[in-house]
Write a protein that binds this ligand. Structure first.
Ligand SMILES: Nc1ncnc2c1ncn2[C@@H]1O[C@H](Cn2cc(CNC(=O)c3cc([N+](=O)[O-])cc(O)c3O)nn2)[C@@H](O)[C@H]1O
Ligand SMILES: [Mg+2]
Length: 216
């Protein structure tokens, strides 16, 4: 029953119809197929997704953070590559989107590795240590509102949630663009930054990911 449905609800339907329960790769492929051929959506997508995969494999994080869950596409991409006792915490502001993401992550069979926290990143970041008893994150994926990239990075620093070697990976630094963030991490002695050129999801427009290693 799709009239009056939202794009995330239609994406969930496409997963339930075309993916295999408990098979994360089939969930990723079902979403990429749907968004490329039926209805565009702001998932990191398959091309930038391969860069995300390779950075994740290199970092092999024990504790990962994602800002901006949306429908859970990148949560599935990240969680499927985590080693057994590693966890992903993903922050989502919009309860309707969080509800869809929870179902997509569960369909992939990754619910035990992913914790979705609902609310604005600015409020949730300062509560991370006490809520999850964690010391710091090894990996942070930024994919939420682009004007929150800098303030939330500064907040992560101030809350002692970054340690020497923590890797920040930011989506959309070209399109829609995060110019302030690029300035911040590229001219900052506390970060070693590198740009991975790619394409805006499901399009031929340029976009890319910025990888920044926190030097402590
Ligand atoms: N401060 C925040 N705290 C928690 N959740 C947030 C916050 N800002 C946005 N979100 C959530 O991220 C999700 C997805 N989202 C991401 C953005 C920002 N990203 C983009 O706008 C975007 C836009 C394009 N695009 O226009 O081509 C492509 C992309 O890959 C993008 O990430 N806006 N909503 C939404 O569910 C929203 O509630
Ligand atoms: Mg994005």
């Amino acid at each position: 029953f799709t009239t009056g449905s939202s794009r995330p609800q239609r994406m969930l339907k496409a997963v339930q119809k075309n993916a295999t329960k408990g098979d994360p790769q089939s969930v990723i492929s079902a979403i990429d197929y749907y968004c490329r051929h039926k209805e565009w959506a702001m998932n990191v997508g398959d091309e930038k997704g391969l860069i995300l995969d390779s950075v994740l494999t290199e970092v092999n994080p024990s504790m990962a953070l994602e800002l901006g869950t949306y429908c859970g596409y990148s949560s599935v991409r990240i969680a499927r590559l985590l080693s057994p006792n590693s966890k992903l915490i993903t922050v989502e502001f919009n309860p309707a989107f969080a509800a869809i993401a929870r179902q997509i992550i569960a369909y992939a069979g990754l619910q035990d590795k992913v914790t979705i926290v609902e609310g604005p990143s600015a409020d949730l970041i300062p509560k991370m240590k006490e809520r999850f008893g964690l010391k710091s994150f090894d990996f942070v994926f930024l994919d939420h509102w682009k004007d929150r990239y800098v303030p939330d990075t500064k907040l992560l620093e101030e809350c002692g949630l970054l340690k020497k070697g923590t890797v920040l990976l930011a989506d959309n630094v070209i399109c829609p663009g995060a110019p302030e963030y690029l300035k911040y991490v590229r001219n900052n002695p506390r970060y070693e930054s590198r740009y991975y050129k790619s394409y805006l999801e499901y399009t031929k427009a340029e976009d890319g990911l910025e990888k920044s290693v926190f030097l402590g």
